[in-house]
Design a protein around this ligand. Structure first.
Ligand code: SF4
Ligand code: SF4
Length: 158
């Protein structure tokens, strides 16, 4: 009887440890799915803050070809590759190399994508994500963060 109890405890401990490892390994994915659910699928309007142009942007081979044709640049000039995954290069400030930041008329900074018509799918769909077919929202998007704060306030007021 005692052995059986120890066996059950060990088994439960293993399940808990496994669940903790999975939760840690997929914490970003879980957070994105939770964010989507919290906002009930509402995709907030883009604030044009350009924060997302400072993130890692993966590109497919086809996208590299399209960007190369549109920009006249060689792939090696704008693509970095790690373990077979291709990314857009970033400048010394961490901005995408295709991002131009210019001064607006009222002294504000205006961001402009030099390859906008052929920008990668990762840029087009941000902050929308999909994991295992389940929709998610990237909480690193400023508009998403703001929507979450507003949502939280509304829930508290209700
Ligand atoms: S981070 Fe979000 S709000 Fe800011 S430009 Fe990108 S998509 Fe728009
Ligand atoms: S390709 Fe354009 S939209 Fe995408 S990260 Fe670079 S500047 Fe931003």
């Amino acid at each position: 009887m005692m052995e059986l109890a120890i066996l059950i405890i060990c088994f439960l401990a293993m399940i808990c440890a496994f669940a903790a490892v999975i939760a840690f390994a997929f914490k970003n994915e879980i957070k994105a799915i939770r964010t989507y659910r919290r906002l009930k699928g509402h995709i907030p309007e883009c604030l044009r803050c350009t924060d997302c142009c400072r993130k890692t942007v993966t590109v497919s081979s086809q996208e590299v070809e399209n960007i190369s044709a549109a920009s006249g640049m060689k792939a090696a000039e704008f693509v970095k590759s790690t373990m077979g995954i291709k990314y857009l290069r970033r400048d010394e400030h961490g901005n995408c190399i295709f991002q131009d930041i210019v001064n607006g008329s009222s002294g504000d900074k205006i961001s402009h994508c030099r390859i906008y018509p052929v920008r990668p799918a990762a840029c087009r769909r941000f902050p929308r994500l999909k994991y295992w077919g389940i929709p998610g929202l990237d909480w690193r998007c400023r508009a998403v963060r703001q929507a979450q704060i507003e949502n939280h306030r509304t829930e508290k007021d209700e």
